[in-house]
Design a protein around this ligand. Structure first.
Ligand SMILES: Cc1cc2nc3c(=O)[nH]c(=O)nc-3n(C[C@H](O)[C@H](O)[C@H](O)COP(=O)(O)O)c2cc1C
Length: 142
């Protein structure tokens, strides 16, 4: 059975390229084995990640991620059973929100800035789906 989980968190310290690279390297090493797909969207101080896959492996990975000291205030925005994947092309795609067209952010938020903590989970998910549709995901990951 497939599920899709979306969460947001705050980076423990301003995100550096080295930290981001290490997260993506771990994701790309581990996720294919577990059949997990998704994307990681980030700014200097925020993460939003969607994880898709079997319920047991997604929950297990989420529990690992929650305990990672690289971030805090991890908040589940949505969790649903799904019939099919929407992010199946990415072992862990990556989007730097600073590079996203502000008009797209404004479409789903009160201001042209990413703040998943005040948006509905539905709006954040719609934004991520539009990011993959508009090819804003910079790396496919496999
Ligand atoms: C925001 C964020 C997203 C992460 N996403 C993943 C992921 O998709 N897959 C993964 O294996 N690890 C991810 N990690 C890293 C895990 O917390 C953990 O360090 C890693 O799974 C341990 O891998 P290892 O057992 O191969 O050392 C993420 C960490 C953070 C902070």
């Amino acid at each position: 059975m497939l599920v899709r989980l979306l969460y947001a968190s705050r980076a423990a310290s301003p995100l550096t390229p080295a930290v981001l690279d290490s997260i993506l390297a771990q994701s790309r090493a581990n996720n294919p084995r577990a059949g997990i797909t998704g994307i990681l969207c980030h700014s200097d101080d925020l993460f939003i990640q969607v994880l898709e896959g079997g319920r047991d492996v997604v929950c297990r990975l989420y529990n690992t991620i929650v305990r990672d000291s690289l971030h805090a205030e991890v908040c589940i925005l949505s969790f649903e059973e799904i019939r099919e994947r929407r992010f199946g092309g990415w072992t862990m795609g990556q989007v730097n929100i600073a590079k996203v067209n502000p008009t797209l952010l404004l479409k789903y938020s009160e201001r042209a800035a990413l703040d998943p903590f005040i948006c509905s989970g539905q709006a954040s998910m719609a934004l991520l789906e539009e990011l993959i549709a508009t090819a804003s995901v910079v790396s496919r990951g496999s």
